[in-house]
Design a protein around this ligand. Structure first.
Ligand code: AKB
Length: 316
């Protein structure tokens, strides 16, 4: 990666990824794009990923050799707006693949644990297994994985991807995901001392702290292509917990913190259709995936960053 264009750069991943890429590759070598403009610190273009011609022109003018395509609707919003989800998630990716083919760019496409469904093995979900999702977002992500495989096999596009679990970060919040509760809980704990979870106790999902997700993107994109055995998307996960476990971890630092439940049937049924924990072995073998944060260390860092002055009662 030398000249990188990022779509959806103002979202949860994009905001932090652009900052990190600019530190590592130089500010002038990372072009942030999004459908809306905000104050920015480096090259920026307004780009609707459904506008294929503009995507091509912007990437060509920048001289990009890599595209990190993050613009998408997440799972819960996609259930409310399934047609828009299909159009944006599939149309945007197809444009990104076509532009990557034309300009000979590497392409990063984030997939998700949402590619799995109720018939998938729930524990240690293997890299290769049944993918019969019951959500529109999951359908988009499976089709997206297949498109990446297709463009790699048919045109030699250097497409790479991971199946992200829920991503947790203190900065720009996620929007419209099922795993978002695991971000909201920290903010509510610090600011209000309690949190009402829309996900039921006992519901396990894979999660990862943002610094590990950013390292995974960069490590995968820098990996020797000859070592990559997977072109659709690698399973990666750092931890798996249910709402009561994250609440218990927070309570170690904020003893009066309380969790309550008011389950949202839509997001609960999405969560129940996903695995409890996926197996990341293939990513470890092929490109050395190794997350640094677990629930304990992530909680200390999140509370520190959100609360600033929260005193921790544990040590790392
Ligand atoms: C969501 O909850 O929709 C996302 C995801 C797991 O892809 N965080």
């Amino acid at each position: 990666m030398k000249k990188i264009i990022v779509t959806g750069a103002l979202g949860q991943i994009g905001t932090e990824l652009v900052r990190k890429l600019r530190l590592e590759y130089g500010k002038e070598n990372v072009l942030a794009t999004d459908i809306r403009e905000e104050s920015h610190d480096g090259p920026f273009e307004v780009l609707d990923v459904l506008d294929a011609l503009k995507m091509y022109e912007v990437a060509k003018k920048f001289g990009a050799d890599t595209m990190i395509h993050l613009a998408a609707l997440l799972s819960a919003t996609a259930e409310i707006k399934p047609i828009l989800a299909w159009e944006l998630n599939m149309g945007g990716l197809l444009n990104a693949l076509e532009v990557s083919k034309e300009l000979n760019m590497q392409l990063f496409n984030p997939s998700s644990i949402a590619v799995f469904g109720p018939s998938t093995p729930k524990i240690d979900t293997p890299q290769e297994t049944l993918q019969r999702p019951t959500t529109m977002y999951g359908v988009n992500k499976v089709a997206g994985e297949l498109l990446c495989d297709y463009y790699f096999g048919r045109y030699g596009v250097d497409a790479r991807g991971v199946r992200f679990p829920g991503l947790i970060s203190p900065g720009t919040p996620p929007g419209g995901g099922t795993t978002d509760y695991a971000v909201e809980i920290y903010h509510k704990a610090v600011n209000e001392g309690s949190y009402t979870s829309y996900i039921a106790e006992g519901t396990y999902m894979d999660m990862m702290y943002m610094p590990d997700a950013l390292n995974a993107i960069i490590d995968l994109m820098e990996a020797d292509p000859a070592k990559l055995t997977v072109r659709n998307a690698y399973n990666i996960s750092a931890m798996s917990f249910d709402p009561s476990e994250i609440a218990a971890e927070i309570k170690k630092h904020i003893p009066d913190f309380e969790i309550k439940y008011d389950v949202d049937p839509v997001r609960q049924s999405i969560a129940e259709s996903w695995p409890n924990s996926i197996d990341s072995t293939q990513a470890e073998i092929d490109w050395g995936f190794k997350p640094q944060y677990d629930l304990t260390t992530m909680t200390i860092d999140m509370l520190d960053k959100i609360g600033g002055n929260i005193k921790t009662r544990t040590t790392i």
